[in-house]
Write a protein that binds this ligand. Structure first.
Ligand SMILES: Nc1nc2c(ncn2[C@@H]2O[C@H](COP(=O)(O)OP(=O)(O)OP(=O)(O)O)[C@@H](O)[C@H]2O)c(=O)[nH]1
Ligand SMILES: [Mg+2]
Length: 241
């Protein structure tokens, strides 16, 4: 199993094992035994024994395997916000990037280096309003960032201040509705696509978003790389804390 695999009982209520470390082993069920055949009972005096033992069947059980990726930082945001582009800018990962929503359909990982430390980032499909009720791709991919210690929230900056604040709110609402401690994780807010708007407009969007979120906002462009290293450092620092 890949590291991060959870093994749950048939009802999905009890966690039987959580394989978080590479190479860790668990014995869930005892295997069967074939018993001894008659040759096992052969001896000098009994060369053709009629005796054999029956053995016993292996245990059977239905379980669920659920992969929760192991990453330090989880990328969240609306579809098309620039999450995969950010991942591609900071790591060797080459996720699919395109100018339409739901480009990312499967979560992916990338490794970034910040001041000599390695950060594993998880890129997941975008969230939309109502995701907790199944809209879009729903929230099932959020399981992959449950183990992340820091969230990096990518907000599309190209649409200006109002759109950015609205986008940030939608995603916050969805992760709050999802639960599992996601909403309590430290959040690094990133305003993306800064190269597409004027500096003054980016500044206004940043201030509006800082006020709405109560957090510092990093203005970045994955295209020019402006602000990207700073945003990553902020994530690394939050991890350290
Ligand atoms: N100019 C500019 N375009 C960007 C930037 N970041 C992302 N884009 C573009 O925005 C579009 C969406 O980017 P993605 O990285 O695929 O967005 P995503 O958030 O991963 O989207 P989903 O996977 O659909 O959730 C693509 O056309 C990117 O090229 C940026 O910093 N500057
Ligand atoms: Mg993507």
């Amino acid at each position: 199993m890949p590291p991060g695999t959870e093994i749950l009982d048939q009802e999905k209520t009890t966690l039987l094992a959580d394989l978080t470390d590479a190479g860790s082993r668990v014995l869930l069920l005892a295997g069967g035994d074939g018993g001894f055949g008659n040759s096992h009972f052969k001896s000098a005096t009994n060369r053709a024994p009629k005796r054999a033992t029956k053995g016993f069947p292996g245990q059977e059980r239905r379980v669920w395997l659920r992969l929760k990726l192991i990453a330090d930082v989880g990328l969240i945001g609306l579809p098309n916000a620039g999450k995969s582009t950010f991942l591609a800018a900071v790591s060797e990962a080459r996720p699919k990037i395109a100018d339409y929503p739901f480009t990312t359909l499967q979560p992916g990982l990338g490794v970034a280096e910040v001041n000599g430390t390695r950060l594993v980032l998880a890129d997941i499909p975008g969230l939309i309003e109502g995701a907790h009720a199944g809209a879009g791709l729903g929230t099932r991919f959020l399981g992959h960032i449950e183990r992340a210690r820091v969230l990096l929230h990518v907000v599309d900056g190209a649409g200006g201040a109002r759109a950015a604040v609205a986008a940030w709110r939608v995603v916050r609402k969805e992760i709050e509705a999802y639960g599992a401690g996601l909403a309590e994780k430290p959040e690094i807010v990133v305003l993306s696509k800064a190269d597409l708007i004027r500096t003054a407009a980016a500044g206004a969007a940043r201030r509006a978003l800082e006020q709405a979120s109560g957090r510092p906002v990093h203005v970045v462009s994955a295209v020019t790389a402006a602000g990207v290293a700073e945003a990553l450092s902020a994530a690394a620092e939050a991890l350290g804390q």
